[in-house]
Design a protein around this ligand. Structure first.
Ligand SMILES: [Zn+2]
Length: 244
């Protein structure tokens, strides 16, 4: 169906390098919760794009939003470069992201421009309103992107796979079904994350400790040193088989 992710096997996904886009409410979410999957895709010969809907500029209690916005943008650009990926931004205000038609079409346009076959974004089970809005925006943007009859600047593009990231703020009902071995890129991903002041715990949450040790815990569950866990939309898990 146009606009909907298709179902498929793990073997099929592994056959060709993916072109992946991480879409997050704030740059920290894009790199900390989704960045290792992007880094691995790039390492395997694919392309990676980080799209932040806002700069997370209200995230510091000690640095004014204008200054913090610049720091966040700088960190995102440097971190994307460190991972061989690109950084894109939309200029919505931190804490005020709305799941508007305008936002859904803006994200649709960026999806059509980069043509990712894999998109990673927030799970809707979040206490953070921007994260819930991002989930809603991306669900519809992916749908819009795949609609040939929706005429925009770029031609329709079908996203093959949509995944939701393992994020400490989006834990309600998060049930991972896919484990990605990120061991080959663990070090470089952590270096990229360290370009953000908040990674070191300066905003009150110990991001480095949490996401680094989470990768070990997810690795324990999936037989690798480091892994990230992802959740699929239910329809993506439907299998078509000739025999059981
Ligand atoms: Zn966030």
């Amino acid at each position: 169906m146009p606009g909907r992710p298709s179902s498929g096997t793990l073997e099929a996904q592994a056959a060709a390098p993916a072109n992946i886009m991480a879409i997050a409410a704030h740059p920290g979410d894009a790199f900390f919760a989704m960045g290792a999957a992007v880094a691995l895709t790039v390492r395997r010969g694919g392309q990676g794009v980080f799209l932040s809907l806002s700069l997370g500029e209200k995230g510091s209690s000690s640095i004014a939003p204008e200054r913090y916005a610049a720091l966040q943008r700088e960190a995102a650009i440097s971190a994307a470069r460190r991972l061989g990926a690109q950084a894109e931004f939309l200029n919505y205000l931190d804490g005020e992201i709305a799941a508007s038609e305008e936002a859904k079409l803006a994200v649709c346009d960026i999806i059509r421009r980069y043509k990712p076959n894999v998109v990673v974004t927030h799970w809707r089970g979040s206490w953070h309103k921007d994260h819930v809005a991002c989930y809603d925006i991306v669900e519809d943007a992916v749908f819009y992107s795949g609609l040939p009859a929706l005429t925009r600047q770029h031609a329709a593009h079908n996203v093959a796979k949509l995944y939701f990231a393992d994020n400490w703020e989006d834990a309600t009902g998060f049930a991972p079904d896919t484990y990605l071995d990120i061991t080959p890129v663990f070090d470089v991903w952590r270096e990229a994350c360290a370009l953000f002041p908040m990674w070191r715990g300066e905003t009150g949450f110990r991001y480095d400790d949490y996401y680094s040790s989470l990768s070990v815990a997810r690795g324990c569950l999936s037989g690798s040193a480091h892994a990230v866990a992802l959740m699929s939309p239910p329809e993506q898990l439907v299998r078509h088989v000739q025999a059981l």
